[in-house]
Ligand binder design. Sequence first.
Ligand code: G3P
Ligand code: CA
Length: 340
Amino acid sequence: TTAPTTTTTTSTPIVIGHRGASGYRPEHTLASYRLAIRMGADYIEPDLVSTKDHVLVARHENEIGGTTDVAEHPEFADRKTTKTIDGTSITGWFTEDFTLAELKTLRAKERLPQVRPANTAYDGRFEVPTFQEVLNLARSESRRYGRTIGVYPETKHPSYFDSIGLSLEEPLVALLKKYDLDDADDKVVIQSFETANLRELDHLIDVPLVQLIDKSGRPYDFTASGDPRTYVDLTSPANLAWIHTYADGVGVNKDLVLPRTGGATTTPSALVGDAHAAGLLVHIWTLRVENQFMATNFRIGTDPTAHGDLAAEITAFLDAGVDGVFSDNPDLAVAARDAW
Ligand code: G3P
Ligand code: CA
């Protein structure tokens, strides 16, 4: 993204299979990605971390106690440790302490068994995929379905991985170049919460970049850069204009677009208009049926496993002008998008 284009909206909002089709399969498994593709997702989303031997694998976190059966492996009991990552103390097992061969002996499990009990039927069946396996899947499924399946990787804790000599950018860029997926029109988008990481990637590859912004509006690497702009709200018009110097879009917590009011209606914030005025696309996360995660306005009752009206929620966000949605339920998201 050396020369970001000034884009106001995409013609058709995109659906990104969040961690695959993680509403229906354990997240970040080839089965989850494959299902998202079958459900019509335009892109699949692998979150990326590194193994000890510097191979990119798809996990939401480098700590894997909640998403694999590592705790059931006595041979890895002594790998359990406590680390401080991005200012948070975490106890568990970390991908950077496992070789790929060791990681491949583990099996994925559902991260939210109380919320998604049906998904636990798949516990123990699927490996932790490498990013290369995800690219291979996207390539073969693109041939099978006769459409290009997009890949939307996120670098997780990139400055932490840099600090332990396991750069995420280096193998990410190398693999994308190897697969000839390093141009602006290759249907690859790289996202990160860290501004410095994206600004570095901007010099390394031409694919679109997306700055992730959580509800706080602050970047995750506010101590890693001396730039004073990283200490303030990334959603301000001035900072959106700054983001456009290195990125093509923002990927924002949905509450930043339709703030939770507790009332019957929500009024969109200025963010979509401000981002479009700055030339940035707006993608939102995360749309899922489980109502305890959803905006108050779309909640139905108090049962944590009850489903809210995801179609209504997505329609409201499309009406608010977003250019894409990350969803754990890509079937419902595609249907809502197509009906919009
Ligand atoms: O990347 C968009 C969204 O996935 C960010 O949140 O925690 O699900 O990676 P997370
Ligand atoms: Ca993500």
